[in-house]
Every structure is written in structure tokens, then in C-alpha cells.
Design a protein around this ligand. Structure first.
Ligand code: BES
Ligand code: MN
Ligand code: ZN
Length: 508
């Protein structure tokens, strides 16, 4: 018997279930074919039923089985299906080199793109062979959902291919129950990633600081403990670095604390801290007009932390985790901070603000310090769209990783390789402190252009006590992302899958 799972995507619903390999009955039959080889295993039997000559058909359609290639056959004879899709699976499996998770997600992504372009119907996907493990099929499912994601709530006209009909997909596998369990374990992180994308894509007029905090507060229904600190509480506590950013905006600041206590009672939590600048105009050091609209996504770190907490609650992770997001808006106004201002951060360190556009580190300085003092976490990881310079260095394929702890760094790098959300470690070092020395205060908030991402990280390090700490600069990967097999584009939701995977290392 098949195992039912349901995924929602609006307006079209994606309904998934697993089923045994025998007797698929759907209108659309999908077979995977390895590069340069004829259909194998169960796919070979279905192909044989058509009576078609594979070499001849594939050859005349220039189908080579390359990843992303599709051979679409209408009204195949010998099959119950009215349509047969052969999808390229890429290079033939090599037992020494198992197909990476990201490649499975890509397979799911290209399948989703193809199915959305077809007149809808129920679909049977045949997945057999030793490499189609439950985890691999779960990855394919993740790719399917992520490619199916659209952010078109503000489009008045429907797309031509848009339909409210349900896309029913049965995944025919050797072990339906084990596959359903693997999918159920993977889906919470996918849903968290979708939440992060939704938050990042949302325009800045509809997602202000109050609205963002309200979205986090809704997650209390999942069993998360959500606490929201506002202006007066932050003032009383002394988070003056964070407050200096929000003071130019009509929107009040929020520090949102989300806790998931699924681990041993009393065990020190893992802490994740996100930069949540709902819009970064640059402030008085205003940004140029071109591309400024992208700065609605300057809360990508906070969105990833929120998506992660959603995922952990959904899968009832066996770990104690606290997510903190500093949610502010950086605007120029008569009340805005000025270049030259000196503020005392929560830690007591004084900061000379020399560039009001280097605001993210001011938010993180206080959020990191608060997280460490209040929760005494076992480790802290921050995520931030912190510097344009990281995009210059690494482009959109890797996020920058900075860490004061080698073990933490290597665990994060490893989680990135498994999930495809790759990290590249960047250096820290006291030599960079020179650039953020201030004539008037303990430090200044910008070290200028050279090594811009490193001096930003070196600034954050000043607000870390002895806690193992890592900083992920996701400015190059969180927003303005190129279209890919698993993303139609712009917001990627980077970080949720990576950290969900990372947290598993610490579960009891
Ligand atoms: N939010 C920006 C960084 C950013 C740039 C994110 C592009 C996403 C895409 C950040 O607040 C910023 O403005 N950084 C400055 C730092 C500089 C003033 C030291 C930058 O990168 O130019
Ligand atoms: Mn800025
Ligand atoms: Zn910013």
C-alpha cells in the first residue's frame, strides 16, 4: 500500500505519495534513464511494453540521458499511460561515487518544471535501482517542491500554465514505507526553506519589522516559545547598537527570540542569530538607486533562522535550540544615526559609526552578545546578508564562512556539501583589526573596501566571548539568486537545509 503525504503549494496543490514498483496506473508515466544507456531495471520493462526501439527513438530526438533532458512521447502504445516522459538522470551510477543529494534534488526540480508545463494529470514516477535509496528519493521530493514554489501573490493575471488542479504524484519505489518516512523527515526543512523564501520575497511595505515579528509569533502554534522585545525593552536592556539602526525609521525595532526545547532538559542550547534588516536604504550614507529594491531581502539571515526554527519544531528535533533575530529598518531621516555618532553596545564596547550603511554588524553585535549572555549556548552561528564584498569574492555558489573554532567550521562545511548549500571558509586574524580601529571610540563600524567581508567578521568577533562561533555571510546567495533546477529565482532560502542538517549532529 502506498503512503500518503501531502504538500501544499498555492494555487496548485502538489499531492505526493509513495507506492510499490508494480502496476503504476497514472496518466503520465515518468522513467529515468542514465546517460548513454538504455532504460534499466523497472524502467526497461515499461519501455519494452511500448515496443519502441530505444536507440532509434532516442537518437532521432537527440536524447542522451543527460541531466535535465526530456524525451516526451504522447499516446505510447502498450502502456495505460497517455504520456511517457523519459528524463535524463545524468552519468550512469558508479557505486564508488554515489549520486550526491543535490543531484537528486535537481532531478526533482527538472521534473517539477516539466510537469507544471504539461496539462495536469496524475503522474507515476518510477524510481528503482540501488542508488534510489529512501534518502535519495526524499531529496528528489525536496527538489520537486522547491521548483514548484512560486511567489506570484501580487500578480493580477494568472500565468498560462496556472491551474488550481492538484498535481498528483506517486513515487513508485522498492520500499514505499521507508521512503515515506525519509520524505517525512526531509519535508519540514523544505517547508522552512519555503517560509524563508516567502519572507525574503515579500515587499518591504508589507513586511516591516512588526509584520515580520508577527509572522514569527504565529509559530508558537508549532510548540515554539516565542518572545518579542520591543523598543522600550531594548532601551532598558541597553541594545544601543541595534537601536541606532532603527532610530531613523518610523518602524519600531524588534528582537525576536524563538526557542525549541526538544533536547535534554538543562542542556546548553545551540544558538542561531539572524540579521533582519527589512529594508536597507543605507541610511544617511544612502545607497545608489540602482538595485536598491533588492534591499528588501536584507533580512535573509533572519528569514533563514525563522525557517530553521519552523523546521525544527515541525520535525520535533531532539535538541535545544534558540533562534534570535534582530529586526529593524535602516532609513535616512531627521532621527537617523549620523556618520560620526558613537554608540555604546550592550557589551560595553563603544562604536564609532563612520558609515550608516554598515548597519548589519551593529544589529548583530547586540543580538550576538545578548544571545551569549542570556543563553550561555554551546555554540552560536549567525547568518547575515552582511557585505556586498562576499558576492564579489565568492559569487552565488558559496556563502562565506568565518569561525573561531575549527570543529564548528568543519561541521558546517560538511553539512553544506551534503545539502548543496556550500560554504567556503574565509580567514580571520588580528591583522585586520587595524582597519576597524577608531580614533575616538573602541572600534568603528567600517574598515573600508579592502577585505570588506573579513573586517565585517572581525568586527563581529569583538562581540563574541569564549563561545564557539561561526558567521555565515550570505549576501551573495540569499537573494537575487540565479534560476536553477530547484529555484525559479530570486530568494533561495539558503541556510535552512544546511542548518537543519547541522543540528542533526547534536541531537540526542
Ligand atoms: N545589506 C548590505 C550588504 C548587501 C549587499 C547585501 C548586496 C546583499 C546584497 C550591507 O548592509 C551593506 O550595505 N554593506 C556595505 C558595507 C560597507 C558600507 C562597509 C557594503 O557591502 O557595501
Ligand atoms: Mn547596509
Ligand atoms: Zn544591510
Amino acid at each position: 500500500m502506498g503512503e500518503d503525504l501531502l504538500l501544499l503549494g498555492m494555487p496548485q496543490t502538489l499531492a505526493l505519495r509513495t507506492a510499490p514498483l508494480a502496476d503504476p496506473t497514472a496518466a503520465i508515466l515518468v522513467l529515468y534513464v542514465a546517460e548513454g544507456a538504455p532504460p534499466a531495471g523497472a524502467a526497461a520493462a515499461h519501455w519494452a511494453a511500448t515496443g519502441l526501439d530505444f536507440e532509434r527513438v532516442a537518437g532521432s530526438a537527440a536524447f542522451r540521458g543527460k541531466a535535465g533532458q526530456v524525451l516526451d512521447i504522447a499516446a505510447p502504445s502498450g502502456l495505460a499511460a497517455r504520456r511517457l516522459l523519459l528524463l535524463g538522470a545524468g552519468p550512469a551510477p558508479d557505486p564508488a561515487q554515489p549520486v550526491a543529494g543535490a543531484a537528486w534534488a535537481d532531478r526533482g526540480g527538472s521534473l517539477a518544471a516539466r510537469l507544471m508545463a504539461l496539462t495536469p494529470g496524475d503522474v507515476a514516477v518510477i524510481l528503482d535501482g540501488p542508488e534510489a535509496t529512501p534518502e535519495a528519493v526524499a531529496e528528489l521530493t525536496a527538489g520537486l517542491r522547491l521548483r514548484h514554489y512560486r511567489f506570484d501573490k501580487y500578480k493580477s493575471r494568472k500565468r498560462d500554465d496556472e491551474t488550481a488542479e492538484t498535481l498528483e504524484i506517486a513515487l513508485h519505489v522498492a520500499d514505499p514505507a521507508a521512503t515515506a518516512a525519509a520524505i517525512a523527515a526531509r519535508l519540514p526543512s523544505v517547508e522552512g526553506q519555503v517560509l524563508a523564501r516567502d519572507l525574503i520575497n515579500e515587499p518591504p511595505n508589507t513586511l516591516g519589522t512588526v509584520e515580520f515579528a508577527a509572522r514569527a509569533a504565529e509559530m508558537a502554534s508549532l510548540g515554539l516559545d516565542v518572545e518579542i522585545l520591543g523598543q522600550s525593552e531594548l532601551e532598558a536592556l541597553g541594545l544601543r547598537a541595534l537601536l541606532s539602526v532603527s532610530q531613523g525609521s518610523a518602524r519600531p525595532p524588534r528582537l525576536v527570540i524563538m526557542r525549541w526545547n526538544g533536547g535534554d532538559p538543562g542542556a546548553a542550547p545551540l544558538a542561531f542569530v539572524g540579521k533582519g534588516v527589512v529594508f536597507d536604504s543605507g541610511g544617511i550614507s544612502i545607497k545608489p538607486a540602482a538595485g536598491m529594491e533588492d534591499m528588501k531581502g536584507d533580512m535573509g539571515g533572519a528569514a533563514a533562522v525563522t525557517g530553521l526554527m519552523h523546521a525544527l519544531a515541525r520535525r520535533r528535533a531532539k535538541a535545544n535550540v534558540v533562534g534570535l533575530i534582530g529586526v529593524v529598518e535602516n532609513m535616512p531621516s531627521g532621527t537617523a544615526m549620523r556618520p560620526g555618532d558613537i554608540v555604546r553596545a550592550l557589551s560595553g564596547t563603544t562604536i564609532e559609526i563612520v558609515n550608516t550603511d554598515a548597519e548589519g554588524r551593529l544589529v548583530l553585535a547586540d543580538a550576538l552578545w545578548y544571545a551569549q549572555q542570556r543563553f550561555r549556548p554551546r555554540l552560536v552561528v549567525d547568518l547575515a546578508t552582511l557585505t556586498g564584498a562576499i558576492g564579489v569574492a565568492l559569487g552565488s555558489d558559496h556563502a562565506g564562512l568565518f569561525a573561531n573554532d575549527d570543529e564548528l567550521a568543519s561541521r558546517l562545511v560538511a553539512a553544506g556539501l551534503v545539502t548543496g548549500e556550500k560554504l567556503w571558509r574565509m580567514p580571520l586574524g588580528p591583522a585586520y583589526d587595524k582597519q576597524i580601529e577608531s580614533r575616538f571610540a573602541d572600534i568603528k563600524n567600517s574598515g573600508g573596501r579592502p577585505a570588506g567581508s573579513i573586517t565585517a567578521a572581525q568586527f563581529l568577533l569583538r562581540f563574541i566571548d569564549s563561545t564557539p562561533w561561526a558567521h555565515l555571510d550570505i549576501a551573495g546567495v540569499a537573494l537575487n539568486s540565479p534560476a536553477s533546477e530547484t529555484n525559479a529565482g530570486w530568494a533561495s532560502g539558503f541556510g535552512v537545509a544546511l542548518l537543519d542538517r547541522f543540528v542533526r549532529d547534536y541531537e540526542s
